[in-house]
Design a protein around this ligand. Structure first.
Ligand code: ADP
Ligand code: MG
Length: 228
């Protein structure tokens, strides 16, 4: 599903020789649930942004679902991303002036060439129901708890039935119990067939994943099964 080969990344503002990723080669297969761990600054977000086609400024090659991302124009890449990948972030990235339902439908404003799902509104409502927040469809995100906001963000990520979910510290702003529920949601999505990659520095999240990739200083230092 994801194939990174010899990927190195230096931010433009960084000093010569200071690399955020150092010759990283890693593959994630369809259907896997993978935790990416490592201390702050180890390169986790950089890795996710590159694997998700959000950052094209690197050396090496990246393929997602068999598609080499470098072959796509910027527009084609963003279309590919919208149809193939769902993103979930720590701070939810919801728009407060829109209702919950409108937030879930937001990707329809950016898709070119027709919606990948025939009835986006119907699917959005179904996803909100399924995530236990159907009763909040008309409310603004400001009236929701952190856990509810993250469920809205997950529903939005799932709108177009992506093959891959990329999550950057999705429980980082949540209390332990709520975070656990969100992780269980990702586990059940994985059981349904979604490939899930979760960046975290919480041990309880990495035990939920079947595979843990550890980064240190932009390098892969461990790639193994979770100890549980
Ligand atoms: N936009 C940026 N500009 C310059 N340096 C950055 C930028 N983003 C991240 N870095 C640097 O790249 C390295 C990896 O960062 P990051 O991928 O955000 O790590 P993590 O997500 O593991 O905390 C760090 O040294 C960080 O300071
Ligand atoms: Mg990060």
């Amino acid at each position: 599903m994801i194939r990174l080969q010899n990927v190195s990344k230096r931010y433009r503002s960084a000093a010569q020789g200071e690399l955020a990723l150092r010759d990283l080669t890693v593959s994630i297969e369809e259907g896997e649930m993978v935790a990416v761990v490592g201390t702050s600054g180890s390169g986790k977000t950089t890795l996710l942004n590159i694997a998700g086609g959000l950052d094209r400024d690197f050396t090496g090659t990246v393929e997602v679902g068999g598609q080499p991302l470098a072959r796509l124009s910027d527009r084609a890449l963003s279309d590919f991303r919208n149809r193939t990948i769902g993103f979930v972030f720590q701070h939810f990235s919801l728009l407060d002036h829109l209702s919950t339902l409108e937030n879930v439908l937001l990707p329809t404003a950016f898709i070119r060439g027709g919606s990948p799902v025939p009835d986006a509104r119907g699917r959005a409502i179904e996803l909100l129901d399924r995530l236990g927040i159907g009763h909040k469809a008309k409310e603004r995100p400001t009236s929701l708890s952190g856990g509810q906001k993250q469920r809205v963000a997950i529903a939005r990520a799932l709108l177009f039935k992506p093959r891959l979910l990329l999550c950057d510290e999705p429980t980082g702003s949540l209390d332990t119990t709520t975070g656990q529920q969100i992780i269980e949601t990702f586990q059940s999505l994985n059981a349904e067939g979604y490939t899930v990659v979760i960046i975290t520095h919480e041990a309880r999240v990495s035990t939920a994943a079947r595979r843990v990739i550890q980064l240190e200083d932009g390098r892969l230092v461990d790639d193994g099964r979770a100890a549980s």
